[in-house]
Design a binder for this molecule. Structure first.
Ligand code: PGA
Length: 250
């Protein structure tokens, strides 16, 4: 069984209520995509966008969650709260959280478990820094991150992996297709050793890092690439729509 395909937009800390017209345009232009389409807006917009996406094929996700369900954690949001607001997905372990907030693999694993507990699909991000790639450590970094941040018992229907080389995020630099192919093959093998071949082949492995309409088709032609996690280009309906169309025709 091959993995379902996904185009996931990560709006990061962008988006005011006035920007919702981009979602209207996206739904109008792509009423029936074959791939899964998910937008992860800032938490302030989740409920509004979940309402707006209604019966469309667009789903909504969060960008982080706390490991606990509730409690004295000022400023944090639980997976249960994301689900309550209408989210079905949550991005976890993004390199900006690993860097800006010092998130460790152990901590990320507890968040992935929290996402599953709340019935969300966890979109777990892994990826090497430029220094790690230059040191020839890319595949060992990916193995370590998967071993440390993916808890046991992953259900393929609730798990998506995003390979995002840190040096390609927001930089306009895209990994070469051979680099993407090597990383995705290694990730599939790690998942297979951990979960068995059938479960591993059912887990989508997305590429992320400066995916744009102009490079999407080439990236989607790489073996073991099941879609994209898109930052900057997901903010404009026309650009994200072109990436969705490229994935649908891959
Ligand atoms: P980018 O971001 O597409 O703007 O490079 C990707 C991401 O951080 O998920």
């Amino acid at each position: 069984m091959s993995a379902p395909k996904f185009a996931i937009g990560n709006w990061k800390m962008n988006g005011l209520r006035a920007d919702q017209s981009e979602i209207d345009a996206l739904i109008a232009a792509h009423p029936d995509p074959r791939c899964g389409v998910v937008i992860c807006p800032p938490a302030t917009l989740i409920a509004d966008l979940a309402r707006k996406s209604g019966d469309s094929n667009l789903s909504i996700g969060g960008q982080d969650c706390h490991a606990g369900a509730s409690g004295a954690h000022t400023g944090d949001i639980s997976a249960e709260m994301l689900a309550d607001a209408g989210a079905e997905y949550v991005i976890l372990g993004h390199s900006e959280r690993r860097t800006d907030h010092g998130e460790t693999d152990d901590e990320i694993a507890t968040k992935v478990a929290a996402a599953w507990r709340a019935g969300l699909v966890a979109v777990l991000c892994v990826g090497e820094s430029e220094a790690e790639r230059d040191a020839g450590a890319t595949l060992s970094v990916l193995s370590r991150q998967i071993a440390g941040s993916l808890p046991d018992g992953a259900d393929p229907t609730r798990t998506i992996i995003a390979y995002e080389p840190v040096w390609a995020i927001g930089t306009g630099r895209v990994a070469e297709t051979a680099q993407i192919a090597e990383a995705h093959r290694a990730l599939r093998e790690d998942l297979s050793k951990r979960l068995g071949a059938a479960a591993a082949s059912a887990i989508p492995i997305l590429y992320g890092g400066s995916v744009k309409p102009a490079n999407a088709a080439e990236i989607f032609s790489v073996p073991n690439v099941d879609g994209a996690l898109v930052g900057g280009a997901s903010l404009k309906a026309a650009d994200f729509g072109a990436i969705i169309a490229a994935l649908d025709s891959a």
